[in-house]
Design a protein around this ligand. Structure first.
Ligand SMILES: Nc1ncnc2c1ncn2[C@@H]1O[C@H](COP(=O)(O)OP(=O)(O)OP(=O)(O)O)[C@@H](O)[C@H]1O
Ligand SMILES: [Mg+2]
Length: 258
């Protein structure tokens, strides 16, 4: 049964503290209850895919994790720390340990690729990373196979290239945890597979833990250790890809048979 997996995952990693621990998380905007009682633990090295209908609360969930949206209630621990108890500086330091790939690539249009990649390094000088600005930018571009774009403007890049630069930028501070918000949306199937492969290769290289929000079932199959379905404000169902494609629940079936 897919729903038993959470405890199986817990047992598998007994003794280790989760990288993310979410308990009874709540968030509403007026009458619009987005998260009502959301629970999830994610352990080091796991790739957890979050799926669910448009507007259901996936982006809000990861914005809560990074401290961009304040939950109304519940527990939210990241790297063992309750983020509601962090002061501004502590939250800022924690964010240097988290890479966030935005749903839109969110590059600064008036900056070159180089300047876009330097931005997090300049903003978070407190984080000590080996290498000069130039070396780190070139390494980041090399990671995504786009060394030759260093002096281009974002407007000169294709959609797939912008996604790659967005990924390079989110990894430039060498984060331990990466949150990907629909990294393949709007891309053709071949480019989507390339991005999926790239994300997996980079996770192997940097040994990150990840949450990947996606509607892309190929990506979910390739990248997920576990898939969590967000529905009605809760982690409605979780399991491996193979478990969920055989699930008889009509909400879940609908996702895999489109
Ligand atoms: N700042 C805000 N103020 C009010 N309501 C908001 C705000 N941000 C999000 N919402 C609402 O929260 C709900 C969840 O939004 P969210 O962006 O998390 O959806 P999603 O699951 O990421 O959807 P999609 O797949 O389309 O990206 C939506 O009903 C949205 O209208
Ligand atoms: Mg979203």
């Amino acid at each position: 049964m897919a729903t038993e997996l959470n405890s199986a995952a817990d047992q598998k990693v007994t003794g280790k503290e989760p990288v993310i621990e979410i308990g009874h998380l709540k968030k509403a905007f007026g009458d619009n209850v987005v998260l009502s009682d959301f629970n999830l633990k994610i352990y080091e090295g796991e790739n957890v895919v979050v799926m669910g209908k448009s507007g259901i609360g996936k982006t809000i969930l990861i914005k809560c994790i990074i401290g961009l949206v304040k939950p109304d209630g519940g527990l939210l621990k990241v790297f063992g720390k309750d983020i509601s108890k962090l002061n501004h500086q502590e939250l800022d330091d924690m964010r240097t340990r988290i890479g966030f790939v935005f749903q839109s690539s969110a590059l600064y249009d008036s900056m070159t690729v180089r300047q876009n990649l330097e931005f997090p390094l300049r903003r978070h000088r407190r984080k000590k990373i080996t290498g000069t600005l130039d070396e780190l930018v070139r390494e980041a571009l090399h990671n995504v196979g786009l060394e030759n774009t260093i002096d281009l403007m974002p407007s000169e890049l294709s959609g797939g290239m912008r996604k790659r630069i967005g990924i390079a930028r989110s990894l430039i501070l060498k984060p331990e945890l990466v949150l990907y918000d629909e990294p393949t949306t709007g891309l053709d199937p071949i480019t989507s597979e390339e991005i999926t492969r790239l994300i997996m290769d980079l996770q192997q290289k940097y040994k990150t833990t990840a949450i990947i929000i996606t509607h892309d079932t190929v990506m979910a199959r390739e990248a997920a250790n576990r898939i969590v379905f967000l529905w009605k404000g809760i982690a409605y169902k979780e399991g491996t890809y193979d478990e969920l494609i055989h699930d008889q629940d009509s909400e879940i079936k609908h996702f895999f048979t489109r």
